[in-house]
Every structure is written in C-alpha cells, then in structure tokens.
Design a protein around this ligand. Structure first.
Ligand code: KG4
Ligand code: ZN
Length: 363
C-alpha cells in the first residue's frame, strides 16, 4: 500500500512515497536553510512563500523518483500541525487538492507522530523488525522535547515535556551565543569535537519526581560564561574577563563576543549537559514504565553523542532513525499515514492546519 506523504510545517518542503509504512520509494526534501541562514532563523513569511514555489515540483519529483502514478497511491498523508500557520497551510491545501482531484483518502498527521514513525522506516538494505510496544519515544526537535509512551499505533501518553525551551531551541540559541550560525545543532556538534566536555560545569535541571525537562538554565549559564558575567564558570576559572562591552549583553548581540571565548570547550560542555539530562531522564522513564524499547526522534536525535550515550546507558534496545530521517522529511509522514490509515484515521475536506496541535492522549 503506497502512501504519498507531504510535510511543510517549518522550513523544509518535503514529499515522499512510502510502501507499507516502511519502504521508502522516494524522499524529496527542498530545504530553505540557505535562505533563512541570512536571518539567523526561520522567517515565517519567507517560509510560506518558498513552500508555495516548491510544493508542486517537490510532489512531482517524489512520484517520478518512486516510479509511481497517482493511480498507484492508496492515500495522501499530510502534516496538519503543529508548526507555522502559513507553512502548514501550503501542505494541507496541496494535499486536499490532490486527494480530491484523484479521489484518494486524506489523512492528517501530527508532525510529532511523523517524527515518531521515522522509527518504522527501513534504512536502505536493512531488514530490521518493526519497533515493539510498549515503546518510549524521546522526541527532541526545534519546538519540542517530549517523552511519549506508545502502547499501540496512534495510542500515546505524554509522560513529560519541556517546561521552557525545547532541546533544539537550546542548541540553536547557544550556537547563536557562540557565533556558530544556523541551524545550531549540527554546528555545536561540530564545534564540540575539539573541546573538553568537562571544561565548564553547566547546571542540569533534573526536576526530580517528574519526567519534564527544563533547558533555559543551561542556555543562560552558557550566555553568562560567554559574556563573562559575574558568577560564571569562566570567572571561577580565573580566566581573563572579555571586553567590558560584552557584559549584560542581550542574546541577539552575544555572537560578537564569540571570538574571545573558548567556543569548542563551551560547545562540548553544553552538549555534554544536554545529553546527560536527556539520557538520564529517558532511562528513568523507561525503567518506571517497563517499556520494551526506547526510540529517538526529531532533529536533535541526529546528534551523535546523544545516540551513542543513549545506547550505552539504557539497558534496552534503542532505536535511532538515520540522521536524515530524524530531521524534517515527508517519508516519516507517509509512514505515520500508513499505520494510522490502517487504524481507521480519515480526514474530511474541511481539514484545517492547526498550528498549536497537540499529541492527543488516547489512554
Ligand atoms: O525536527 P526538526 O528538523 O524540526 C522541527 O520539527 O523543529 O529539528 C530541528 C532542530 C534544530 O533545532 C536543530 O538545531 C536540531 O534539530 N538539530 C540538532 C542536530 N541536527 C539538527 N541538534 C543537535 N545535534 C544535531 N546533530
Ligand atoms: Zn520536526
């Protein structure tokens, strides 16, 4: 059963054809990163205009690379939220138009469901069995840090979430403080290679007794360390204070001081603190809920230290999609579409984009 997936929730225009929820026949992603890099982040108005230009060619390419025609498809699955309103609307309307014209069923997908179902996709040449329930999924993206318990297809329970910044947001903001550019996650990972992970002891917010996360404290500690504010590790280590002008600087201005601080050490110490919290809290939730497996999802799951540590510290099978399936793509949307369509999910022609859509608890 072949499903066309469409994803336009943020800054990637993507379409893919997936067979039986697992085999990728095509996976086309038109990235807007180069356009938004100039502004240091995603500009919503620019993103939706780009989606409008790209959506039809991207869908055409997905079909031609998969060597299928409209008549070969069983359904169209599309991300309906959460995400940027103007961006989501482009995908939702394209999906509705195509599904209506071709007489195909329409399946609306929560973007986070999409990230979760990236774990069902088969890497090229792999014959990996399907993930097993109950499954604990750590979704870490630019907008979310969620611990979700899955007891079956489409059956979720949100165990914990970030009470402030999402994990990816923290990576992006810290990269900006360190003058490493956009997107921040891959830049931090790269910069951390030459740094000492224990050079700075940044605060870990454990929020004991809950599965929630908090990352704004780590981010602020990096800002203080980078700008030489009082109480920073930098000061404690007795290293010279940076330029006076850097003190009390706003986040947006902080990139300018990055040349004066040990960027590699700060990047490595930040990455270490983030990974330690993500891994330990996931391990504790997995133990408490007696799950069969743990899965990673979302852009931050592309982080190699996170993948490695999770596998070392969690005494259960740990699934990680290949890095290019962790970041936004439409194959994950088509995979979710297959399993949820089979479970009976359908949407009508009145389906709308829902920017603040949540993963609804079904238990
Ligand atoms: O899932 P995603 O592509 O888009 C959203 O749904 O938000 O996630 C994007 C986020 C960005 O914050 C980016 O910096 C982060 O994922 N990211 C990483 C890495 N690759 C992407 N964070 C840490 N390490 C990486 N290698
Ligand atoms: Zn995403």
């Amino acid at each position: 059963m072949k499903i066309l997936g469409i994803e336009t929730s943020c800054d990637e225009t993507a379409a893919a054809v997936v067979d039986d929820g697992r085999t990728i026949l095509s996976n086309v992603v038109a990235s807007q990163i180069d356009i938004h890099r100039e502004y240091g982040g995603v500009v919503p108005e620019v993103a939706s205009r780009q989606h409008m230009l790209a959506i039809i060619p991207v869908m055409d390419r997905a079909l031609s690379e998969a060597q299928v025609g409209w008549q070969d498809l069983a359904a169209v699955a599309v991300t309906k939220g959460p995400g940027l309103a103007g961006s989501l609307l482009v995908g939702v309307n394209a999906a509705k138009g195509i599904a209506f014209a071709q007489g195909l069923p329409l399946v609306g997908i929560n973007h986070l469901e999409g990230h979760i179902y990236a774990n069902w996709l088969l890497a090229l040449g792999s014959a990996q069995p399907e993930p097993a329930f109950p499954l604990l999924c750590l979704i870490v993206s630019g907008g979310h840090s969620d611990l979700v318990l899955l007891t079956g297809h489409g059956r979720y329970r949100l165990l914990g979430r970030s009470i402030d910044d999402a994990a990816g947001e923290a990576f992006d903001k810290v990269a900006r403080i360190l003058g490493l550019g956009y997107p921040g996650g891959p830049a931090i990972q790269q910069a951390a290679r030459g740094g000492r992970p224990n050079a700075y002891h940044l605060p870990r917010a454990w929020l004991r007794g809950s599965h929630d996360f908090s990352f704004s404290g780590i981010k602020t500690a990096v800002l203080h360390a980078a700008t030489g504010d009082r109480g920073s590790e930098r000061a404690r280590e007795g290293r010279p204070a940076p330029d006076e002008r850097a003190r009390g600087m706003k986040l947006s201005e902080a990139g300018r001081v990055a040349r004066e601080v040990p960027v590699a050490d700060l990047a490595a110490s930040f990455q270490e603190a983030m990974v330690e919290v993500l891994v330990e809290k996931t391990r504790a939730a997995a133990e408490q809920h007696g799950v069969a497996q743990v899965a990673l999802a979302g852009g931050v799951a592309a982080n190699s230290l996170l993948r490695q540590r999770m596998r070392e510290r969690v005494p259960l099978p740990v699934l990680c999609p290949p890095p290019d399936l962790c970041t936004d793509n439409a194959a994950m949307v088509a995979a979710a579409g297959y399993y949820l369509y089979r479970a009976g999910r359908r949407d009508g022609w009145d389906m709308d984009a829902i920017p603040s859509l949540r993963l609804t608890s079904t238990e």
